[in-house]
Design a protein around this ligand. Structure first.
Ligand SMILES: NC(=O)c1ccc[n+]([C@@H]2O[C@H](COP(=O)([O-])OP(=O)(O)OC[C@H]3O[C@@H](n4cnc5c(N)ncnc54)[C@H](OP(=O)(O)O)[C@@H]3O)[C@@H](O)[C@H]2O)c1
Length: 325
């Protein structure tokens, strides 16, 4: 089968479109013919092997899994003997740890859910990693309730664009923070207000937000706290992951927030996305009801995966960049 592989860490120059063996499935795995996959910072971090902390998972000296990609949407072609939830022919979406920029991938049945019929494969592939992260930020870390005021920083990004929609579905009043050219897009997601970060800082309205969800930029905790009510919650999803060779932009959530949280009235929480069926099922419900529309900025064919990754880092996409197979 054709796949986008990398044998060493580096830039998009290390990526190759190659013929590799089709993965074999174990008892509880499903073989999926991939129709679409998506781009997120995690893919670039695994490609680059930077920040170095990521190599604990990706492989210390070279990539443990040569095929790139984690999100997928596709059609089940084969199931292991202990798979109970899927049959060949089922349309599914979810994640795989064996790479998804390929014609086929194998993955555990618990990483998949039936694809909602009202979205395309490209839209479905835009959801798993970013959507599950957004859901955890809104529901678990932020504990968003009806009537809450929520500020989403990075509202035009993969996680932020879905966090805006999920927070609205949870009954919040949402302000999205984004670049000036993205304000129309963020309003189209349902944000009640937008804040152009080139014109005002996030504490423009004072300490009025019950929940701040931070997915973009690299603001200090002191500034983020100034946008929160005295008992408010900061959900730190991520930030500028290109900063610093060891931790990237993750210093605030790995070190700063847990320490400071013990001595201040606000709750400062790092969001850790866990990929599981129950969360995919909740996202599916939101998609079916029309509360969540996966926003796709642009799609690229598999052979142009390197171009898709470059567009993601340099093209300032609004929503997700997708790869179709
Ligand atoms: N904790 C977890 O488990 C987890 C899971 C997934 C992702 N993450 C992390 O979460 C972060 C976001 O991921 P993503 O997939 O949403 O990335 P993304 O699609 O690149 O979105 C990030 C957004 O941040 C915005 N941004 C950049 N500079 C900004 C600034 N100074 N102020 C406000 N917004 C700014 C950008 O939009 P503009 O064009 O508007 O600037 C961009 O759309 C990354 O660091 C990623 O590694 C963490």
């Amino acid at each position: 089968m054709k796949a986008i592989v990398h044998d060493v860490y580096g830039t998009t120059d290390v990526l190759r479109l190659r013929d590799v063996e089709r993965p074999r499935i174990s008892d509880e795995e499903v073989l999926v013919a991939v129709r679409a996959a998506a781009v997120d910072p995690g893919v670039l971090i695994f490609m680059a092997g930077r920040p170095y902390l990521a190599r604990l998972a990706a492989g210390l000296r070279r990539p443990r899994v040569p095929v790139l990609g984690r999100d997928l949407a596709g059609v089940v072609t084969e199931v292991g003997p202990r798979v109970t939830r899927f049959r060949p022919g089922d349309e599914v979406y979810g994640t795989s740890l064996r790479g998804t920029y390929a014609e086929f991938t194998a993955t555990h049945q618990k990483r998949l859910a039936p694809k909602p019929a009202n979205v395309s494969f490209a839209q479905a592939a835009a959801v798993p990693v970013s959507g599950m992260t957004a859901l955890r930020a809104v529901r678990d870390s932020g504990q968003v309730r009806p009537g809450h005021r929520v500020l989403v920083i990075g509202a035009s990004g993969g996680v932020g664009s879905q966090a805006v929609q999920i927070a609205k579905a949870y009954g919040a009043t949402v302000t999205g923070v984004c670049a000036p050219e993205k304000t129309r897009f963020v309003r189209s997601l349902g944000a009640d207000d937008v804040l152009d970060y080139t014109r005002a800082e996030i504490d423009r309205d004072g300490p009025v937000h019950d929940v701040v969800i931070d997915t973009g930029g690299d603001r200090p905790l002191s500034l983020l706290r100034r946008a929160l009510t005295p008992r408010g919650t900061l959900a730190l999803v991520g930030g500028d992951w290109t900063r610093g060779p060891l931790l990237g932009g993750y210093g605030r959530q790995i070190l700063g927030a847990p320490l400071l949280s013990t001595v201040v009235g606000q709750r400062l929480r790092a969001v850790n996305a866990v990929e599981r069926t129950e969360d995919l099922d909740e996202l599916s419900e939101l998609i079916r009801s029309g509360a969540l529309t996966p926003p796709v900025d642009r799609s690229y064919p598999l052979a142009e995966a390197a171009e898709a990754l470059r567009h993601f880092t340099e093209g300032r996409p609004a929503g997700k960049v997708v790869i179709t197979v």
